[in-house]
Design a protein around this ligand. Sequence first.
Ligand code: PHE
Length: 429
Amino acid sequence: MAFTLFQSTLLSKPSLFSYRRSFAFCIQLSSFSTSSAFPSDKFQPNKKWRQPVASVLELGGVKIAKDEIVRDDPTNNVPDSIFSKLGMQLHRRDQHPLGIMKNAIYDYFDTNYPNKFDKFDDLCPIVSTIANFDDVLVPTDHVSRSYNDTYYVDSETVLRCHTSAHQAELLRGGHTHFLVTGDVYRRDSIDSTHYPVFHQMEGVRVFTPADWEASGTDATSYAAEDLKKCLEGLARHLFGGVEMRWIDTYFPFTNPSFELEIYFQDDWLEVLGCGVMEQEILKRSGRVDNVAWAFGLGLERLAMVLFDIPDIRLFWSNDERFTSQFSKGQLGIKFKPFSKYPPCYKDMSFWISDSFTENNLCEVVRGIAGDLVEEVKLIDNFTNKKGMTSHCYRITYRSTERSLTDEEINDLQWRVREQVETKLLVVLR
Ligand code: PHE
């Protein structure tokens, strides 16, 4: 499963919220970083491996306290572990594989379209639901709007779930060629290619009638052809001779829409979504006579293929054995795994309730085990004669950095069992 906007999950009803704050200060081009770190005991069950969670972020000179983003309120579902990722901006580190990827893509655009594309890589990830969904025509009943799939700060503010959240705003600002890179946030399952924070780059190019009129084709075909040519060129620039294929798909904001897949570890891996921008988006930004293409690519996906990085958690590692293997501008380096510590499997069976979702389970597990959890996988599922449904999940614990002790894993598993029962209202078997 890849990072499309249409994974089908339950849409839970947003509740009334009692507290709302304006994020108007979260302006375009503001860069922010963690300004101070006060560990909170409540959220740090195991200090041995947990990083301290900052209590305040600084956003363009304005401080945002953790309790404004992480709240015990039905309209808020941002856990502490996610707050701690805000402002890390891995894509802005030139020595980090994600920064190296971003710069390599910049090089492609700079070479092929000199001085054409405006680049943004520090737009605020806290955006309105209007920017994240409405502006890019995501229907009101679309699953991506659900609390199960997206992190809500309040009922009108989310952690952006895609860089497309900035399309309309930049078009309205008069930009016609742009690249937006940023951290994006999605509640999701747990495995080696999924992490609740990852990084995307959005590209948009607007054409005027003069561009396609000379070509003898219609505007949409012209844009679609240009888009595929551009992205195939990019894939060759990054990968050389990798196998790739185009898949027709659906996005609310493009028509026609495509996905590009790359052959990786014996499987086809979806690395980007793209298409010809829906005319309505251009119209609303005052560009009735134009057509445009847009793409959104996952930097982790590309970097995993390119650097042979086998597990998405490694991008967050501060372990020198990982970080020291990469240097600025070096694209072709193959990551040499420094260890394969033994995995530990723990199975857990329970009768689910109506409100149970796998994303909620994964959030509980991550909240307790952090990056020590490698995978959460449904291995058995049945419904008995009384109509009760049982799920059995296998949790794989494995550190990318060290061996885990039995005691440590047993402790984690007990806490997972406890919280799964109390928070998810399931009955353990
Ligand atoms: N926003 C889409 C996603 O995150 C990717 C995309 C961007 C698709 C732009 C089409 C155009 O899945």
